[in-house]
Design a protein around this ligand. Sequence first.
Ligand SMILES: Cc1cc2nc3c(=O)[nH]c(=O)nc-3n(C[C@H](O)[C@H](O)[C@H](O)COP(=O)(O)O)c2cc1C
Length: 223
Amino acid sequence: MKIIIINGSPRENGITANILHIIEKRLINNGVKVHFVDLGKLDISNCSGCCSCYKTGKCYMYDDAEKLSQEIAVSDGIVIGSPTYASNISGILKQFIDRGHFVIEQLLYDKYAVSVSTGENYGSRDTNKILRKLLSYSGAKISGKIIFNTPFNKKIGTDAAIIKYAEKISDKLFYDIKNKRNYFWQKLFHNIIFNMGIKPFVIKKGELYSGVIEKYRRLEIIK
Ligand SMILES: Cc1cc2nc3c(=O)[nH]c(=O)nc-3n(C[C@H](O)[C@H](O)[C@H](O)COP(=O)(O)O)c2cc1C
C-alpha cells in the first residue's frame, strides 16, 4: 500500500505539516509506504494554459509537478493538507492542482483520500470544501476530513484531541484501502458528475482530448 501526503503549506514545520506528520507516523506504523511531500520545496512552474496535455497525456514541462502527478497515479491513496489563505487553499497548492491532471484526467479514480485544512479564524471550512470538491471530482473516495483552527504558530504537540482525531482518520484511510470500502453515495455522486458533466465534455472535444480518452481506457472508466 502506498499513500502520498501533500503539505500545501509553504512552511515545513507549520500546523498543517504537524497534523500531516501525525497521519504519516500512524500510517507507517500500519506498514504503509508513505511519501511525504512538502510542496514548498518542489520546483513547480505555473500552468501555461496551453491545454496540450489533454491531447498528449502529459505536460510539456517535465518538472516536479509532472513527476508528483505520475506518482499519485500509481498510489493507493492521498492526503492533501492546506492552510487557509483568504478563505481558500494556498497558492502553491493551487499551482500544483492546475498542473497535476486532477479532474479531467480522473487522477484519483477509485483511490481513497483525506482532506486537511487549518486556519486561525474564519475560512478553514471553505478551504476543506474546496479540497473535498477536488478529491471527489477527480474520482476519489473520501475517507475523512480534518478542519483545525488554532492560533498561528501554536504547536499542537500537547493537543491530545487533535492528535487522537488525526490518528483515527489515518486508521480509517488505511482500513478503507485495505478493505476496498465502497462508499455508495460518494460513488453515485461521482457517477453523476462524471457521466453528465466531465465525460460528455471530453468526448465532444474529440481528437483534442485524445490523451484524456486514452487515460479513461487505461483506468477502464470507458471501453
Ligand atoms: C497569507 C495568509 C492568509 C491567511 N488567511 C487566513 C484566513 O482567511 N482564515 C484563517 O482562518 N486563517 C488565515 N491565515 C492563517 C493560516 O491559515 C493558519 O495560521 C494556518 O494554520 C497556517 O498553516 P501552516 O502553519 O501550516 O502554514 C492566513 C495566513 C496567511 C499567511
